[in-house]
Structures are given as C-alpha cells and as structure tokens.
Design a protein around this ligand. Structure first.
Ligand SMILES: Cc1cc2nc3c(=O)[nH]c(=O)nc-3n(C[C@H](O)[C@H](O)[C@H](O)COP(=O)(O)OP(=O)(O)OC[C@H]3O[C@@H](n4cnc5c(N)ncnc54)[C@H](O)[C@@H]3O)c2cc1C
Length: 518
C-alpha cells in the first residue's frame, strides 16, 4: 500500500522565546498547552530565555474583558489567578478633564441596554432626548452604574436580561501574572534559560535566524523565534530590520513615570484616567496597593515637573520613588519577518490609555497559533499575520488619538497641539460619520466595538447632527417608557449587588504580600 504523505512536511523542532516579561510568558503558556499535551511534544521543544540583568518593563496593570477568554482557554482557576496576582475587577475607565476641565465620563464594558430594531439602545435614546438629555444615557450602561457605586458581582451567564448586559476585566500585578504563567508553562514542559543574548546567527541566503548565543557562551538553536525582548526588539529590529511606523505626530506622549501608593477605601472597580497639562495620569486599584502613573510629552513638560504632578495627585502614601520610562508610539512594519515573530513591546507600543498592550499580546499569540507555521515559515503566513496585526494596531491607534483630538481644552500648549493636529484619514472618516449620522465604522472586529466609540464621542461632546431615519419606526412615547423601565431595572439590580471590596474579601481575598521595592 502506498504510504500516506504527512500533511505537515517539516514540523518545528524547537521554538525559542526571547524574553520573560508579560509577553514572553503569555506566549509560552498557550503554546505549551498546545504542544505540551501532544504525542509529538518531544519533537517540538519550547525554550524561553530571559536576562536577569536586563529585567522587564515592570508596569501594565489594567486589561480588557478578553483576558477572561485567554485565562479560560488555559483552563486557569479564576479564584487562584485573582489571589495570586492581587487582582481586582474592572468595569471600565472613568475619564476626567479630557474634553474640558471639569469634564467627566465613563467608558464602561458592555452595552447600553438591549438593541432595538438591531440598533443600539443609546441611538434610540439620543433620538428621544438628544443633547438635552446630558449624560443620562450612562444610566443605561449597567457597568457604568455599578462602577460609579463601587458594586461588583460577575454577570450571571444564564440570565439574559437587560440589566445583565455588562462585562468586566481585571486590574492585576503584571509581574505576578507573568510568574503565574511561568509556573503554568514550565509544568507543561517549557524550558527556561537565564542569560543575556550577545550574538545572533543567521542562515546565509534567506536570513533566517538559526541560533542565539548567551554571554556565557551557550548557544541555543531554533526553527521559530518569538521576539518578546520588549522595547529592545532584539531580533525583529536588531537582526531583521523590520522597520517602525512612528506615530508620535498623532500620539506625542513619549514618557511615563510610575509609582505605587498605599491602597485607600473604597476599592473602586474601575481605572481612572485624569488629563493633566501635558498628558494624563492613571490610577489602578489592586488588592495590595494602588498603581499610579503619569504619561506625558517631554516636549511640553520636564521630567521633574511631571514627577511632581504625579506625586501631588496620589490618594495614598507613596510606596517608593517614581520610575522613569521612555517610549516611541508606533508599530513594527512587519511584526513577523522570516522566522521571527515579535509579540509585546517589540512589536509596537500604544500608550496605556485604553489598556490595549496585553490585549495585543493575547491577539498576537492567538494569531500565531491560528497561522502556525512549519520550518519553512511560509511568507504568506507572515503576510496574513502582519495584515491582521496592522489592522488591529491602526484601529486601536485611531481610538486612542480620538481622546486627544476631540478635546476643547486650550489651557496648555500640549492640548492646543492635540486639538489642531492633523489625524489619520480613517479617524477623520470615523468622526465625520458619527457627527453626521450617529453611525460607527468598525474597521477591525477584534478591537473596540460600537458602544466604546459611542462612549467616547458623547463623553467628549460630539453629538450626531442627524440620526438613522429607520429609528422613526418606533413610537417616541413607547421608547420613553422603555428607557424609564430599563433605568429602574438597572438601578434595582445594582442596588442588590455587593460592594466591590466586600465581594473580593468574601470570595477572592489574596494573602498579604510583602511589598517589593519598585
Ligand atoms: C508606562 C506603561 C504603562 C503600561 N500600562 C499597561 C496597562 O495598564 N495595560 C496593559 O495592557 N499594558 C500596559 N503596558 C504595556 C505592558 O507593560 C507591556 O505590554 C507588557 O509588560 C509586555 O512587555 P514585554 O514582555 O513585551 O517586555 P518587557 O517586560 O520589557 O520584557 C522583555 C524581556 O526580554 C528580556 N530581554 C531583553 N533583552 C534581552 C537579551 N539581550 N537577552 C536575553 N533576554 C533579553 C528581558 O530580560 C525581559 O525578560 C504599559 C507600558 C508602559 C510603558
């Protein structure tokens, strides 16, 4: 009988992950799950290299709801994950002083009530109340109502009700999360090597990376290299010269200072982002401390003044001195080049205003698994990966630029620059589409959905001039009654929920942790 041809001719023998930050271990964990349990596991090793001398970026505490799907895919125990990472729940982000000084709005996770005639409830609400209704539409978002009252329970997946239409993510200590995933991955066969890479070997002809050499002379060969080396981009830029699209003219912030402070009551189930004279400040509550940081543009404020602004605006006693970080906003032109795939900060950086970096890591490794190569690393797989990553990066970029562009602040040179700066055509289209018709263009289904864009537009004061003519089919009085009932139902559901801190104390309180020096 003729022997059947093997469908994959040249399976990978070794994957080398360069870097043991959040990106490195978030890449290692699902790959170990995928390859560790299979019969041919012995033929595809996963090796992760991290340098104790170089260390990790050490910030990154807020996430988006899809982190729950990532954790679920790994079959992590949710209570253990929360305890081990000092996590709290996140229902969205409160924005202060962005549109103008005194402006406040909330970007909550989930819908503004159920859709009517396939159109979001908030669009019907706008038709009935218009701008005169002020921020009343926020009462239709269960996540927002919960957050502003510091309430939390997970949504009941079995009960499909209007008041149940919310989602949530986590705030956690990213270093502890990386440790948690390291244990997971190593239990499934990932080998960890400590050392600093000082040399990289490439194959003559096609330029594929074949091995890396550590400072002590050890040489580690591989077929596929995942570059998680952070801002250094050791392989993707250092060797492949993949290039970088610099977006600092749209997102001029290039620096941050971060400092933890003592936890204060109440434990808020949301991130706070407060605009400052040349950037913005985050506040992220964890179980054992509150994370704070000031993201700013060094062209408009000195490091010293930025540090002072940060320290003056803490709501608890500081637990150290501010830590300085620098970055350049943009995206690697080719996130996957030959047999090198960059994931995490090596693939690009968008400031943490909407907590998207960990999301981009999850999506990066998810797409790599979807497009998993053999030893040839076919260029079409790389091209498809790059197409999808670029679409997501640019869509998130537009969403973040929107926060700055729609400001009416003119109290500093920085904000005057943001209000006047040219923006990408795709974002210009998005703003005009919403302004003229209340519609939202979803350019990437893996990024922010309609309710997120609507929260930003309305929160920053852009109201549609005209609505969807089809909405007129619903009687206005019927809608008024519907919204009244919906608001009452949401308020009542939230009344019955426990306080966020009390929920954590009862179900997922972490053991006290000795504070590491920042
Ligand atoms: C100010 C700021 C705030 C942020 N806030 C958030 C947030 O709220 N939410 C969010 O989702 N994301 C946030 N991020 C992003 C988040 O911190 C990163 O996406 C995440 O930590 C991933 O980093 P990384 O693993 O790519 O790189 P790193 O943490 O820098 O890790 C790099 C790894 O590579 C190794 N390495 C480097 N060079 C070598 C070498 N020569 N040899 C061997 N090993 C080497 C290092 O040892 C290290 O292990 C923030 C980022 C910044 C800058």
């Amino acid at each position: 009988m003729e022997k059947q041809r093997e469908p994959v001719g040249m399976p990978l023998r070794r994957i080398v992950i360069v870097g043991g930050g959040t990106a490195g271990w978030m890449s290692a964990a699902p790959l170990s799950q995928l390859l560790g349990g299979q019969a041919h596991a012995a033929s595809c090793e996963i090796v992760l290299i991290e340098s104790p001398e170089i260390g990790t970026v050490g910030v990154g505490e807020a996430t988006l709801p899809t982190i729950r799907f990532y954790n679920r895919t790994l079959e992590l125990d949710s209570a253990e994950f929360i305890r081990k990472t000092q996590a709290t729940f996140k229902l969205g982000i409160e924005f202060k002083d962005w549109g103008h000084l005194g402006n406040r709005f909330f970007h909550g996770f989930g819908e503004f009530g159920p859709a009517i005639l396939n159109r979001s409830s908030v669009m019907h609400w706008l038709r009935v109340h218009g701008q005169a209704g002020g921020m009343g539409y926020e009462d239709l978002s269960t996540a927002t109502v919960m957050a502003l009252r510091n309430r939390f329970v997970p949504p009941d997946g079995d009960v499909a009700s209007a008041a149940n239409a919310y989602s949530y993510a986590f705030h956690f200590d990213a270093g502890l999360y990386a440790n948690f995933l390291r244990d997971y991955a190593m239990e499934r066969g990932v080998k960890r090597e400590e050392g600093t890479i000082v040399d990289v070997s490439v194959r003559p002809g096609d330029g594929f990376v074949t091995a890396v050499t550590l400072a002590d002379g050890r040489r580690i060969e591989g077929d596929l290299f995942i570059d998680c080396s952070g801002f250094r981009a050791l392989l993707i830029e250092g060797v492949c010269k993949a290039g970088y699209d610099d977006w600092t003219h749209w997102l001029p912030c290039d620096s941050a200072q971060a400092v933890p402070c003592a936890r204060v009551q109440p434990l808020t189930p949301y991130t706070t982002s407060t605009a400052r004279s040349a950037g913005w400040q985050w506040r992220i509550p964890l179980q054992h401390r509150t994370g704070n940081g000031h993201v700013y543009c060094s062209g408009y404020i000195s490091d010293e003044a930025a540090g002072q602004a940060l320290m003056h605006n803490l709501d608890g006693a500081p637990l150290g001195e501010p830590r300085q970080l620098r970055f350049k906003t943009g995206m690697r032109k080719e996130a996957w080049d030959r047999n090198v795939v960059s994931i995490g900060l090596s693939s690009g950086f968008l400031e943490p205003l909407e907590s998207t970096s960990i999301q981009l890591i999850m999506d990066g490794v998810g797409r790599l698994i979807e497009l998993f190569p053999d030893r040839r690393c076919d260029a079409h797989l790389a091209a498809e990966y790059n197409r999808r990553m670029a679409r997501q990066y640019t869509s998130i970029r537009d969403f973040i630029v929107l926060h700055y562009k729609l400001t009416k602040r003119d109290d500093s040179e920085f904000w005057r620059y943001c209000a006047a700066m040219p923006i990408p055509d795709t974002l210009n289209h998005q703003i005009e589409l919403f302004r003229r018709s209340g519609r939202v263009a979803i350019l990437d289904p893996d990024s922010f959905a309609e309710p997120s864009w609507v929260s930003l537009f309305l929160g920053l004061g852009v109201w549609p001039e005209r609505g969807d003519p089809l909405l007129r089919q619903v009687d206005e009085q019927v809608l008024r009654t519907h919204f009244q009932r919906l608001r009452t139902a949401i308020a009542k559901t939230v009344d019955d929920m426990p306080d966020h801190g009390a929920f954590i104390d009862k179900h997922v309180r972490a053991a006290p942790l000795e504070m590491a020096k920042p």
